[in-house]
Design a protein around this ligand. Structure first.
Ligand code: NAP
Ligand code: GLV
Length: 306
C-alpha cells in the first residue's frame, strides 16, 4: 500500500510516524510536487495540483468531518472520499454545545458581569420547558449533541434530510417540516454539512421563525450563516444572542462586527478538533478494510455532498 500525506496547516511528522506505526507494511510519504503515485491519500485542504498529479487514488481520507472544501476540487474519478466518522469529535461537540447552551440558559455572562462589579444579585430561574433546543443535522455529531442536551432535561427537536426515530427527540425532516421545526425551537444548533442545499440556511427568514428571544449556536460552517441577517435580528431583539465557532472567512477578519458584538460569543473553529491518534487508528483500520474489499463507514456521497 502506498500512502501519500498532504494536509495544509498540519505538522506532518507526527502523522507520518503514526501512520507508519499503524500500517508497517505501507510506504507512507509526505507529498510534494512530482511525488510518485500513491493508492491512498490522507488530506486536509490539499491544492488542486495534488489531485491533478495523484490520478491513481482509490481512497481519499479527509482528516475532518466536513468535506465541503475538498469537494470543490476536481478529484480523480473512481476514488472513494472517506470523512472522519466521529474519531473523538462527537463528545467534544457535545461538551461545546452544552456549554454554550447552559451559559446562555443560566445567564452566566450576566452573572460574570455582575460579580466583576462586586454585585451579589440573583436572576429569576428560567424553565427548561421554555428553551426547546432545535438541532439542524442529526448525523454523527448532531445525534450525540441531541442526546447530551436531552440529558440536561431540555426539550429537543431535530431536523435532518431523511426521517429519524430517536428516543426523546422530536424529529422533523425535509424542507416541508423546516418551518414547524424552527417554530418549535428557541435555541438553534447548526450541525449540518455545507452543501448547495444548506448554504445560507441561517438567514432572516429561518432565524426569524425561532421563538422570540432565540439563541443561535453555529458549530458547522460559516457559509451556513448570512452574517448581516444575524446582526439585524440581534439588533431588533428577536434573537437574544449567538455563539459562533465558524465563519465565512477564517480567521475572522479583525474588522468583522462579530468580534465585539455584545450578544455574540466568538471561538476560533475549535468546537470539535481532529484528534490525531484516534484519527490515525480509524483511517488505518479503514484502509485495511478497503484493501480486503470490505465496506467502511463514513464514505461521502459525491451526489449529496456529505
Ligand atoms: P453527518 O454525519 O454527515 O450528518 C449530517 C446531517 O445533516 C445528517 O443528519 C443529514 O441528514 C443532515 N442534512 C444534510 N443535508 C441536509 C438538508 N439539506 N436538510 C436537512 N438535513 C440535512 O455529519 P457530522 O459528522 O454530524 O458533521 C456535521 C458537520 O459539522 C460537518 O459537515 C462539518 O461541517 C461540521 N463540523 C464542525 C466542526 C467544528 O469544529 N466546528 C468539527 C467537525 C464537524 P440525513 O441523516 O437524513 O442524511
Ligand atoms: C472541522 O471543522 C471538521 O469538519 O472536522
Amino acid at each position: 500500500m502506498r500512502i501519500t500525506f498532504c494536509c495544509t496547516d498540519t505538522k506532518p511528522e507526527p502523522w507520518l510516524a503514526g501512520l507508519r506505526l499503524a500500517l508497517p507494511q505501507a510506504a507512507v510519504t509526505l507529498w510534494q510536487p512530482g511525488a510518485p503515485l500513491a493508492d491512498h491519500a490522507v488530506v486536509w485542504a490539499p491544492p488542486q495540483q495534488f489531485f491533478d498529479e495523484q490520478t491513481q487514488l482509490q481512497g481519499i481520507f479527509n482528516i475532518g468531518a466536513g468535506v465541503d472544501a475538498l469537494l470543490k476540487l476536481h478529484l480523480p474519478p473512481g476514488a472513494q472520499v472517506v470523512r472522519l466518522d466521529d474519531a473523538g469529535m462527537s463528545v467534544q461537540m457535545a461538551e461545546f454545545v452544552c456549554h454554550a447552551l447552559i451559559r446562555h440558559f443560566r445567564e452566566l455572562d450576566g452573572y460574570d458581569a455582575d460579580t466583576a462589579q462586586g454585585k451579589w444579585s440573583y436572576r429569576k430561574p428560567r424553565l427548561r420547558a421554555d428553551y426547546p433546543v432545535g438541532i439542524m443535522g442529526l448525523g454523527v455529531l448532531g445525534q450525540r449533541v441531541a442526546r447530551a442536551v436531552a440529558g440536561f432535561g431540555f426539550p429537543v427537536n431535530g431536523w435532518s434530510q431523511s426521517p429519524k426515530h430517536i428516543a426523546g427527540i422530536n424529529s422533523f425532516s425535509g424542507t416541508d417540516q423546516l418551518h414547524a421545526f424552527l417554530q418549535a425551537s428557541r435555541v438553534l444548533v447548526c450541525l449540518l454539512p455545507l452543501t448547495p442545499d444548506t448554504q445560507d440556511i441561517l438567514n432572516a427568514q429561518t432565524l426569524g421563525q425561532l421563538m422570540p428571544g432565540g439563541y443561535l449556536i453555529n458549530v458547522a460552517r460559516g457559509g451556513h450563516l448570512v452574517d448581516g441577517d444575524l446582526l439585524a435580528l440581534l439588533d431588533s431583539g428577536h434573537l437574544a444572542g449567538a455563539a459562533l465557532d465558524v465563519f465565512r472567512t477564517e480567521p475572522l477578519p479583525p474588522e468583522h462586527p462579530f468580534w465585539h458584538h455584545p450578544k455574540i460569543t466568538v471561538t476560533p473553529h475549535t468546537s470539535a478538533r481532529t484528534l490525531r491518534d484516534e484519527s490515525i487508528a480509524q483511517i488505518a483500520a479503514k484502509m485495511l478494510a478497503m484493501q480486503g474489499g470490505e465496506a467502511v463507514a463514513g464514505v461521502v456521497s459525491l451526489q449529496k455532498g456529505y
